[in-house]
Design a protein around this ligand. Structure first.
Ligand code: NAG
Ligand code: NAG
Ligand code: NAG
Length: 469
């Protein structure tokens, strides 16, 4: 069963119990009278105002449809009702978005479920059939595959007083990156399975999103505490054409040293296909909704040295599956270690100023890189800059000065504030602010501004021909 204990805390359940605390009758009656009087005067005021504010003669250009209009009863909304039927208000939708052929698809199958507890079969065929019915949403032959980025955070406010602000900055960073490359972003704030919280919450939403987005070839999960720190870099999708799951990781650390930190499960690319649905179903078996969850926690703790908490987490479960069921899954999983698919923040934030300096020096020597341009063509200059970086031998990684693609604030817990005791809260906060502003400077550049300093909220206009001027 999906959620055995959900009825006890659902809003419905508390409504059923509500009569127990109903106040005595007289109070209720008095309250109602006060309420009715108040509502009546508000209504009267609204009616008077709306008569004054509306034009005396009807706007004749509107063509009202009687379907939406009822003259039989008094309604203070009368004058506004006609607005809702002006054809201009409904006639700007892209015609392609107004087409969904009636031919039956998996959406019409009552047994197909969005929830993680129910199996889907033949997904590749189902998706292909849907795409055949919607050819305008299929990728062009040889075209770039479609990516849906998903990120998310808890449904309730953050405990850390600046947690929600930090999440907003991290979200802005993702919105900026997605806008530059036309990637769609889904931000999730709900628990699709009430027991699958924190690091388990991503699996149910990814699964549901694959069904809701059959046009997407890939889902790119990005933890809320990870920031893009190279706004020009794009994922090398061709390299992953024979794989279904891509993570930042090191094969020798996973398969030889059997380390649970040999990969990072906070950022990954997963193909929208049957393999991925099967893999996520397997992966989810280690989650809190499974009866063996507690037992798995102990087993994973015993299995991996350095894992101090006896709780089954998504990352050690993933490493466990990779090692123990290598024949089943490993050939479709790509561990990317040639660039910062996501990078450990402590390894990065101390080098940000140096990177900025090196990039500015590069631009002083290459005038075309200084040409002002529209954001829509920013990729042209990104490509040009990458070429120059290659030529100059700029390296990625801890020893190089190439911007890291993504910086991940693992252990900083911006929302709860319960950062790992290894780090100080100040370090985490400064690190996040610096990385986010470092990225923001790359975005603001095409708007003609930059932050006065990496740790500053303030911005300053850029002169023409910056940074030569
Ligand atoms: C709204 O539609 C009704 C019915 O067609 C019409 O009598 C009325 O004058 C319209 N009001 C305005 C403000 O256009
Ligand atoms: C929408 O606009 C098009 C083009 O202007 C027009 O031909 C069509 O009749 C309009 N449709 C509606 C429902 O008004
Ligand atoms: C969709 O249904 C129509 C009408 O029944 C049919 O002519 C058409 O071939 C169907 N399209 C596909 C791709 O099955």
């Amino acid at each position: 069963m999906m959620c055995p204990d959900s009825s006890s805390n659902s809003p419905k359940a508390s409504m059923v119990r509500a009569p127990v605390c109903r106040p005595h009758r007289p109070t209720l009656l008095a309250d109602s009278l006060v309420f009715i009087a108040g509502a009546f005067s508000a209504l009267l005021l609204f009616w008077i105002l709306s008569s004054i504010l509306s034009p005396a003669t009807p706007m004749t250009s509107f063509s009202p449809s009687p379907r939406y209009y009822s003259s039989s009863s008094f309604s203070p909304y009368l004058h506004f009702a006609n607005l809702s039927i002006h054809p201009d208000l409904f006639n700007d939708t892209d015609p392609d978005l107004l087409r969904d052929p009636p031919n039956s698809t998996f959406y019409d199958d009552p047994s197909l479920s969005y929830t993680i507890d129910r199996h889907i079969t033949d997904w590749d065929d189902k998706r292909r059939r849907w795409l055949r019915l919607h050819p305008w949403l299929s990728p062009a032959p040889g075209g770039r595959e479609r990516i849906l980025m998903i990120s998310g955070s808890q449904p309730n406010p953050c405990r850390n007083p600046i947690g929600d602000h930090l999440l907003l900055r991290f979200l802005k960073n993702k919105v900026d990156y997605c806008r530059r490359f036309g990637i769609e972003l889904l931000y999730n704030n709900a628990l699709q399975h009430p027991k699958m919280r924190t690091y388990w919450a991503k699996i149910p939403i990814i699964r549901a999103a694959m069904i809701a987005h059959p046009e997407a070839d890939w889902v790119w999960w990005v933890d809320s505490d990870a920031a893009f720190t190279d706004m020009d870099f794009q994922l090398p999708l061709r390299r992953y054409r024979n794989h279904n799951l891509v993570l930042h990781g090191w094969p020798n650390l996973v398969f030889e040293e059997k380390s649970w930190v040999g990969l990072n499960a906070g950022v990954f690319l997963i193909r929208n296909c049957q393999w991925s649905l099967d893999f996520m179903a397997r992966w989810a078996r280690f989650g809190p909704q499974d009866p063996d969850y507690v037992q798995w926690g102990q087993r994973l703790k015993n299995e991996f040295k350095g894992k101090v908490f006896a709780e089954s987490d998504d990352q050690s479960a993933l490493v466990h599956i990779l090692i123990r069921e290598r024949d089943l899954w490993a050939d479709k999983i790509f561990l990317e270690d040639s660039f910062y698919f996501e990078g450990y923040w402590l390894e990065i934030i101390g080098r940000l100023e140096k990177m900025s300096e090196m990039y500015l020096a590069l631009e002083r020597n290459v005038p075309p890189l200084r040409r002002r341009h529209a954001e829509k063509v920013a990729a042209v200059y990104g490509r040009m800059r990458d070429g120059e970086l290659e030529r100059q031998g700029a390296e990625t990684g801890p020893a190089g000065w190439r911007r890291p693609f993504m910086t991940h604030f693992t252990g900083c817990q911006p929302c709860s504030g319960d950062h790992n005791k290894k780090y100080s809260g100040e370090n985490c906060y400064q690190g996040m602010l610096r990385a986010l502003n470092f990225a923001d400077d790359q975005v603001m550049r095409v708007y003609g501004f930059k932050h006065t300093e990496l740790e500053s909220y303030g911005v300053t206009p850029l002169p023409f021909d910056y940074p030569a001027a």
